[in-house]
Design a protein around this ligand. Structure first.
Ligand code: AGP
Length: 609
């Protein structure tokens, strides 16, 4: 993963690098560092374990010269512990060349062995350190040439920023498989892992393509292929704005984002379903193609994948089209059976998830059309898909996805409506009725949020359990998976999501008085089946937290705790059950003193496979 930034210009690079780097902290926060080029042919490198604020503290204690060029990095550890030594930038043994790297060098051990034989001394355990060592090995006075030669030896993925003591006014950048943009300013130029990182400084950008290198000075940017041939890149002007998210009076971004959900959905419905008239602007696929589609294939990772699982129920129920779902990382390596009649729906909050991008490329190479459901405007996924349905949920800072998830769910219901309309698979009256229910969801969200104090009590009373099971059936089976993921990622409590009907086939062995079992059982055609499962858990002394529809009296007699959600058609119920699950996870994690917004080992955007 990792985020990289580079600056060359007339100004002092350090404040610009730090400001921009903070916007990339979502990509990892195991360590960070800067490499600066001073006027006296000095290469200054400072790095620190942990979040960027640790680096800032370290830098505040240093006397640093004015440096008009530099690179910086925020790390998500792949090879080597999070530590000062393993932090980027890495340098060659003679400390003349510094590199920041996002990606994975797969053949680093072979390269390390060769370089060691040539006398290179390695300081870190990282794969990345071979890059400056290789560049230094090839360097004969021409930095871009040395980078080109080094790159030819690398296997894997990389976005690189390279500086050298001998070239105090040059940054060399290159990419294969990891995103990198070049920002063009007046008498200054930038590199960054994404556009928002540098949007305060420039709106003119070049999206570097795989296999391209850029050489930046303060007055010019030149782009080359790895074969050394100059190319004329397209320069885009970024039209979108990024509002800087603030916590306001909320204790955490996650709590704020949970509360933002009614507004996010209201805005989406205003845009897409005004007066029950569906407008899926950006869809990019004609009604004709939608009619001819034989199969939908949903690909995504993590929470976005869970949204896709709900999407499968919605599309199959409403459009009567077969839907397959797969995690992007599995899809891309299994030679999936798809063709031009397959519609791929790729889901991603960030639009930068490496596996999802690779899955999209795989699908397109087989002739399938791709629609992206994505939150980040201008992201790689948005640019690569045939159609883009933006969720416009606003910047999501909490690593645990909340508002992006429910916005993805809502988008799936809208897409299912569209497919059902086009394919005439549902009577218009029923479609209209479902649209009416969707329009009521934001108001229902507000009523669920009013109950937050009760959810907090339930969470606090159960926060001591060392293991949680989440059970659901039918369309709320994905809700169980998502509830478990939410809890484990922010509280570190082992939690499993299961289809309740599968419980007897194994997980029931876990149940005793020391386990908490969250049973998601809103009113539905499987309500009674789920109710039987609840009895089975009770008979084994499991502690039951039920999520049920208001007015469900029976459940009170059997569950230790009940969290109610309002009534809505069964198919739409995952929209409602998502909220208590998010709140439960949040309050349990807070009670246990966890770093809710930036949980250990995670990053907001997973840009390595
Ligand atoms: C969600 O809470 C997770 N942090 C994670 O599973 C996430 O949904 C996944 O990494 C996919 O990210 P994307 O939506 O940006 O592609």
């Amino acid at each position: 993963m990792c985020g990289i930034v580079g600056y060359v210009g007339n100004k002092d690079a350090l404040p610009i690098l730090l400001e921009s780097l903070k916007k990339l902290e979502y990509r990892g926060y195991d360590s960070s560092g800067v490499g600066l080029l001073g006027h006296e042919a000095r290469l200054i490198v400072h790095k620190s374990k942990g979040k960027i604020r640790n680096l800032e503290e370290l830098l505040a204690s240093q006397k640093l010269p004015f440096a008009p060029a530099g690179i910086s990095h925020t790390r998500w550890a792949t090879h080597g512990f999070p530590s000062d030594i393993n932090a980027h930038p890495h340098t060659d043994s003679r400390h003349t060349i510094a590199v920041v790297h996002n990606g994975i060098i797969e053949n680093y051990q072979d390269l390390k062995a060769v370089l060691r034989k040539k006398g290179c001394k390695f300081a870190s355990e990282t794969d990345s350190e071979v890059i400056p060592q290789l560049i230094a090995h090839f360097y004969k006075g021409d930095l871009p040439a040395a980078v080109r030669q080094a790159i030819a030896k690398l296997k894997g993925t990389f976005a690189l920023g390279v500086i050298s003591r001998d070239h105090p006014d040059v940054i060399v950048a290159a990419r294969v498989g990891s995103p990198l943009v070049v920002g063009i300013g007046r008498h200054e130029n930038f590199i960054a892992s994404d556009v928002p990182a540098i949007l305060d400084f420039t709106r003119r950008v070049i999206y570097l393509k795989d296999g391209q290198m850029a050489v930046l000075t303060k007055e010019k940017v030149e782009v080359y292929g790895f074969d050394g041939k100059k190319v004329t890149p397209a320069v885009d002007t970024v039209a979108f704005n990024v509002t800087v998210a603030r916590k306001d009076s909320f204790a955490h971004f996650m709590l704020k984002e949970i509360h933002e959900q009614p507004g996010v959905l209201e805005q989406m419905l205003n845009l897409r379903l005004k007066n029950k008239q569906l407008t899926l602007e950006g869809l990019g696929i004609s009604d004709d193609v939608l009619k001819r589609t034989r199969k939908v294939m949903i690909v995504a990772c993590g929470t976005a994948y869970h949204a896709g699982l709900v999407g499968k129920y919605a599309i199959e129920a409403m459009a009567r089209l077969p839907v397959e779902t797969d995690t992007s990382s599995e899809f891309r390596y299994r030679n999936p059976i798809i063709d031009k009649h397959t519609l791929i729906v790729a889901v991603s909050q960030s639009g930068e998830t490496a596996d999802t991008l690779a899955a999209v490329r795989e699908a397109r190479s087989k002739g399938a059309r791709v629609i992206a459901i994505c939150n980040v405007v201008g992201s790689s996924l948005a640019r690569e898909a045939d159609g883009i349905l933006y969720t416009y949920a606003g910047q999501e800072i909490g690593v645990a996805s909340t508002k992006a998830y429910t916005a993805q769910l809502m988008m799936f219901y809208l897409l299912a409506l569209k497919l059902a309309q086009v394919r005439k698979s549902m009577p218009p009256k029923e479609l209209k009725s479902l649209a009416g229910h969707l329009l009521r969801i934001p108001a229902l969200y507000k009523s669920i949020l009013k109950n937050i104090a009760h959810v907090r009590k339930v969470a606090e009373a159960n926060s001591h359990f060392g293991c949680f099971l989440f059970l659901g059936r039918h369309v709320n089976y994905p809700s169980a998976l998502e509830g478990a993921l939410k809890l484990k990622e922010i509280s570190y409590i082992p939690a499993e999501g299961y289809a309740a009907g599968e419980m007897k086939h194994g997980p029931i062995a876990l149940i005793d008085e020391y386990r908490a079992v969250v049973c998601i059982n809103p009113a539905s055609h499987v309500h009674e089946k789920m109710f039987s499962n609840i009895q089975e858990i009770k008979a084994r002394r499991g502690n039951i937290i039920a999520i049920a529809t208001q007015g469900d009296k029976d459940i009170r007699a059997h569950a230790h705790y009940v969290i109610e959600v309002p009534k809505t058609p069964e198919l739409l119920s995952p929209l409602l059950t998502a909220l208590p699950l998010q709140m439960l996870a949040y309050f349990i994690a807070v009670k246990r003193g966890c770093d809710v917004d930036q949980p250990r080992n995670l990053a907001k955007s997973v840009t390595v496979e």
